[in-house]
Design a protein around this ligand. Structure first.
Ligand SMILES: [Zn+2]
Length: 132
């Protein structure tokens, strides 16, 4: 869905505007999302070129695997971005968007890695691992 949104972390040290096509939200239950978000991660996705930073003083990147990195705020600790190496797209933790997003959750991915303290109760498609 094409839209323009403003997003920021908890302390607003990282603040940016997104435009263009926003992918609907994937709930990712992989181990890495669990460890960085405390539970599953809910991510939208846009083209790199559709992010304009308003503030990124506290944005830091962590190489979370051989093929991906995660962007976080080194002041408030928010987990903000997920980015595959060699991709023109960037995933944004959907909770960072301010106000109404108009986005919808569309699927669950990496459900084979989810923890056992919650159940997936929605009727959305479930994928054992990644899905494009
Ligand atoms: Zn922050």
């Amino acid at each position: 869905m094409k839209r323009t949104l403003i997003a920021s972390c908890l302390c607003r040290g990282v603040k940016f505007k997104t435009s263009g096509e926003h992918r609907n939200v994937s709930n990712c239950h992989c181990i890495q999302c669990r460890k960085t978000h405390g539970s599953y991660g809910a991510y939208s996705n846009v083209k790199d070129k559709d992010i304009k930073y308003i503030n990124k003083k506290t944005l830091k990147w962590f190489k979370s695997s051989n093929n991906a990195k995660r962007g976080f705020c080194n002041k408030c600790g928010a987990s903000i971005f997920f980015k595959f190496k060699n991709s023109d797209n960037i995933s944004i933790a959907a909770g960072m968007f301010n106000g109404k997003t108009g986005l919808k959750t569309m699927r669950n991915i990496f459900v084979s890695s989810k923890s056992d303290f919650y159940k997936i109760t929605d009727k959305l498609p479930k994928y054992k691992r990644f899905s494009n």
